[in-house]
Design a protein around this ligand. Structure first.
Ligand code: ATP
Ligand code: MG
Length: 301
């Protein structure tokens, strides 16, 4: 019952914090698209894939109803939609395929600076403005906090206390600058979120499944490459063991002879962790030179 029977349809956010990175990720996987700002649907020019560009709030429902095959959406929006559907007997089934490495944020409770607040219990009998009433109520229930009412707002949540609409808010935070600007203080993180790739319930046609089977390893390759670095350096042979010990999360390094000397070798290694300045300085202190840390574009095991 998906939009088209032969083209894999992926719902992504049309414009907002997840849009750029959603498109970039698919492009990095080798899927090309021609995007027209005003169009809802974008066809891939390289694969039988269509992008459906919508508000992020619509993505969980489109996937759970089987209107699209895949969706890229924040876990916050996804989990809220799932809880809402569970409460209303709508089907709430989907498969999580991957955690994606963008869209990180947290859903937090914040109160006005001048409010008295010790623990979560301080919120009993109060009203909290939020776009995520189900996530909030689940959290309060698990924490044993009773008698909290919610005011559902889809925007401008941070002004609710000043406007007299609520005593506290529960909203997304990344840097905290918006809270600060509105005289609010973050008190409890109730949910940590990042973007997710999800799949609709039911089987995909064999063509679509084949495409997904191609997409997922590429996706993993792109994400792994982003986390990884290629490290090259010249090391004194005598120090080799200590040098290798210093390299973070390193696999077995490649050791290569240098043409002009017998005392120094070249060490090449792929590292899945960051190489910090401190480590580079230690390497240098061991007599290493020409230390290079390079980004990796693609990886396949
Ligand atoms: P839409 O018009 O699609 O409904 P929106 O205004 O609801 O957009 P955005 O602000 O673009 O949504 O955020 C989309 C998602 O990006 C959030 O649901 C969340 O998963 C993620 N996100 C990451 N960082 C932040 C942040 N600092 N504030 C809010 N959302 C963030
Ligand atoms: Mg939204």
């Amino acid at each position: 019952s998906s939009l088209s029977s032969s083209r894999l349809t992926i719902a992504i956010q049309k414009s907002g914090r997840l849009s750029r990175e959603s498109i970039d990720l698919l492009k990095a996987c080798g899927f090309k698209f021609s995007l027209h700002e005003s169009r809802l649907l974008a066809h891939s020019t390289s694969h039988p894939v269509d992008l459906l560009r919508v508000r992020d709030d619509d993505i969980p429902g489109l996937v759970m109803d089987g209107v699209v095959d895949l969706g890229l959406v924040g876990e916050n929006v996804l989990e809220e939609a799932r809880l809402e559907r569970l409460a209303t007997d709508f089907p709430a089934v989907f498969t999580k395929l991957r955690n994606l490495d963008f869209g990180q944020c947290r859903l937090s409770i914040a109160v006005p600076k001048e409010a008295s607040y010790d623990t979560l219990q301080s919120l009993e009998g109060k009203r909290i403005a939020t776009t995520y009433p189900h996530l909030l109520q689940r959290y309060l229930k698990n924490a044993g906090v009773k008698n909290v009412s919610t005011a559902m707002l889809t925007g401008s949540v941070e002004v609710a206390p000043r406007a007299g609409l609520a005593d506290a808010i529960c909203d997304l935070v990344s840097t905290g600058a918006t809270l600060e600007a509105n005289g609010l203080v973050e008190k409890d993180v109730i949910f940590r979120s990042q973007a997710q790739l999800i799949q609709r319930p039911g089987e995909l046609s064999s063509e679509k499944q084949a495409l997904l089977d191609q997409l997922l390893p590429r996706l993993d390759g792109v994400q792994l490459a982003r986390e990884s670095k290629y490290i090259m350096l010249h090391a004194p042979k005598a120090m080799l063991e200590r040098v290798v010990d210093l390299l973070p999360g390193a696999e077995q390094p490649t050791i290569l002879p240098l043409s002009h000397t017998d005392e120094t070798v070249a060490v090449h290694v792929v590292s899945t962790e960051k190489l910090f300045w401190e480590t580079m300085e230690e390497l240098k202190a061991l007599g290493c030179s020409s230390i290079l840390v390079l980004p990796i574009e693609k990886m396949m095991g």
